[in-house]
Design a protein around this ligand. Structure first.
Ligand code: GAL
Ligand code: ZN
Length: 671
């Protein structure tokens, strides 16, 4: 599938800032030569170019960009063109302070930084629309331009009076009456009832700090605000050429906005991936980033783009380690294996000054094309060219397992004061469940509780910590099991409704008869506390952090607690309901415990696996388009034995039997 019909190819390249080098045409010429040498075919430009494009209000300077795009086009390099709304010129901040963001202590930012505009400001929105329109009029039909990159890494909220007014408007629309709002937010607590809309301020900072329902709504509102900002940009550029698609670059573990919702506003999801490799456990890191990739693929249920990654190191982590030999190819192809149609970097060439002076780049300050990093990048470029024919139009096989990951649930968990207080670890817990399936080579989708979610295509649906359970989604899960689906739900599920108000009548709400279990008390463990899950066959797995005490309503016990006053009581259960079955895991079992549970489930449900051979720990197989990406994250060379006979598409070599697999090795095996 292609998002870029003008150039239907795996994209290789990344952020390029020619505006920083405009007085060095020799360097700009050299860049195009070096791009060819590196097998780079595409660059993203203009991301932070507003001050160069509109140096004075209403004075537009496009000549430099004309010449950059023409130079690239002549050199055969395609362009992802950005709208520059991620940072604004000094003149604008000075003349129109309303464009600057206000923090939750009601301090307005001064000029500087980036990603810090007010999301409401009519002046900012007008200025953005004017420039976007001009950019589109000038470039949307240029043959080199293949995609729009809207703004950059949108994030955060603004507490200015304009945003506060919008917030109240959004609430009025949602609740209609203050009575409804007071009920949804449980405001009788601590005398927090509102009697006039004008009393409702945005939460946080100096203001409201105890009304969970309000916080959750503030996050929903912030998502909506960002989405309207983004779609206004989309409309501006697509008014000129509706066929040129738009993306916006998302981030890992991003909490501020609901990405399922935000993704509806763009044509293509792209994201910026910066794993901290070689900082301990690369297998865990790879599991985390595999999940990030699969989430990005899931937001729109289609392939995605890797918009940024570093060719070597970043410069904003506490310790900025270089990628060890092999890791660049391995981590780049990991993205492809999970559905990416690109490997793009931040950045092409290192700038001479400012904050990103020492951020890894394809071309270093020495301007050379024979460095280790340059060779690593070239290797990826060649690999993408090799994989173009077999894999570009070959998506992953449809997943038969699905994990529910819901942003409102995430916020609700983080705002809830219970159990492990502010450390309930939703993302990491989900990642543990994901990791078990990833290690087995089972493809996994992510879905949320939106009404459009269709569970019927999955054999297995996993709900880790689905604390906030909408009535409609509880019904959906129930119908899913009834019709023959397999559900695995964990502790701390079905506790509150979509306002964050506790369900009355028992948890997991609406599913007690489906699971054959009712959740009672939630216990939180200190790090030194001992607890374990003991399976019926005596296998024993440590439990940490959270344990729930279930009351049985017809389920069968598969494992019990080992210790304490609930020792011997059920911890893992199974219940037949309708044509399906529902498992309940009442505690946070260690990875090995989850691995055992999912290995049994994958077997019982015959979930498709990339490879059924037993692989060494840390060697992972991931399927895409019938090919198997074999990846070695174990940090050491491994001996691998495969039953089948394959060709490595990267090298053309035959692969079978027992062979040595290099540290950070990667192969793309086809039968
Ligand atoms: C990203 C950002 C880029 C660049 C990069 C450095 O978050 O979008 O502009 O700053 O980080 O790693
Ligand atoms: Zn604002």
């Amino acid at each position: 599938m292609t998002f870029t019909p003008r150039f239907p190819a795996f994209l290789h390249g990344g952020d390029y800032n020619p505006d920083q080098w405009i007085d060095r045409p020799d360097i700009l010429d050299r860049d195009v030569e070096l791009m060819h040498e590196a097998h780079v075919n595409c660059v993203s430009i203009g991301i932070f170019s507003w001050a160069m494009l509109e140096p004075e209000e209403g004075v537009y300077r496009f000549e430099w960009l004309d010449s950059v795009i023409d130079r690239l086009w002549k050199g055969g390099i395609r362009v992802i063109l950005a709208t520059p709304s991620g940072a604004r010129p000094a003149w604008m901040a000075q003349k129109y302070p309303e464009v600057l963001r206000v923090n939750d202590h009601y301090q307005r930012a001064h000029f500087g930084g980036r990603h810090n505009h007010c999301l409401t400001s009519p002046v900012y929105r007008r200025k953005v629309r004017e420039l976007d329109t001009r950019l589109a009029q000038r470039y949307a039909n240029h043959p080199a331009v293949i995609l729009w990159h809207l703004s950059n890494e949108m994030s955060g909220s603004c507490w200015c009076p304009l945003c506060q007014e919008q917030w109240r408007g959004w609430l009025k629309e949602k609740y209609g009456t203050l009575d409804n709002l007071n009920a949804a937010w449980w405001t009788t607590f601590w005398s927090h009832r509102y009697t006039d809309w004008s009393q409702v301020e945005a939460p946080g900072g100096l203001g409201e700090s105890s009304t969970n329902g309000m916080f959750i709504d503030w996050r929903r509102f912030s998502t909506w605000q960002c989405k309207t900002f983004m779609t206004a940009e989309k409309e501006a550029v697509q008014a000129v050429n509706p066929d040129l698609k738009v993306t916006a670059n998302l981030m890992e573990r991003f909490w501020d906005y609901d990405y399922f919702d935000l993704a509806e506003g763009m044509d293509v999801v792209s994201w910026d991936s910066y794993p901290m490799w070689h900082s301990g456990d690369d297998v865990a890191r790879a599991a985390e980033f595999a999940m990030n990739h699969d989430m990005m693929r899931s937001f729109k249920d289609q392939p995605f783009l890797l918009m940024e990654s570093t060719p070597s190191q970043v410069n904003w982590k506490p310790i900025n380690k270089l990628k060890r030999p092999g890791m660049h190819l391995l981590s780049s192809l990991q993205a492809l294996a999970h559905g990416s149609q690109s490997v793009l970097y931040f950045q092409w060439r290192k700038g001479r000054g400012a904050a990103e002076q020492f951020h890894g780049a394809v071309v270093d300050h020495d301007g050379r094309g024979d460095t280790r990093v340059f060779r690593d990048v070239t290797q990826v470029g060649k690999a993408l060219e090799t994989l173009q024919a077999p894999l570009y139009n070959a998506p992953k096989q449809p997943a038969q397992a699905c994990i529910i990951y819901d942003w409102s649930n995430w916020w609700a968990i983080d705002y809830a004061q219970t159990g492990q207080a502010k450390n309930m670890q939703y993302f990491d817990t989900v990642n543990m469940h994901y990791r078990s399936l990833w290690q087995l080579g089972v493809n996994v989708d992510f879905r949320d509780e939106r009404d459009c979610t269709d569970l019927s295509r999955y054999q297995l649906v996993i709900c880790p910590m689905l604390f906030m359970l909408k009535e409609s989604f509880a019904q959906k899960l129930r119908a899913y099991v009834e019709k023959g689906g397999t559900l695995l739900m964990t502790y701390f599920s079905g506790v509150v409704d979509e306002s964050g108000l506790a369900w009355l009548g028992g948890a997991p709400h609406g599913l007690i008869d489906v699971l054959g279990v009712r959740a009672t008390e939630l216990d939180a463990l200190f790090p030194e506390d001992q607890q374990a899950l003991v399976m019926n066959d005596d296998r024993r797995y440590a439990i940490r952090e959270l344990c729930e005490i279930p009351e049985m309503h017809g389920a069968e016990t598969l494992g019990v607690y080992a210790e304490d006053f609930y020792g011997g009581m059920p911890c893992l259960t199974k219940h037949a309901f309708g044509k399906g079955q529902a498992y309940y895991l009442a505690a946070k079992a260690e990875q090995a415990g989850l691995d055992a549970i999912y290995a049994a489930l994958a077997d019982a449900l015959a979930l498709p696996r990339a490879l059924t051979d037993t692989l060494p720990e840390g060697v992972i197989a991931t399927e895409r388009g019938g090919a198997i990406f074999l990846q070695n994250y174990s940090g050491k060379a491994q001996q691998v034995t495969l039953a089948g006979r394959y060709t490595d598409l990267l090298t053309g070599e035959a692969v079978s039997g027992t062979f040595d697999f290099a540290v950070n090795g990667v192969m793309v095996l086809a039968q």
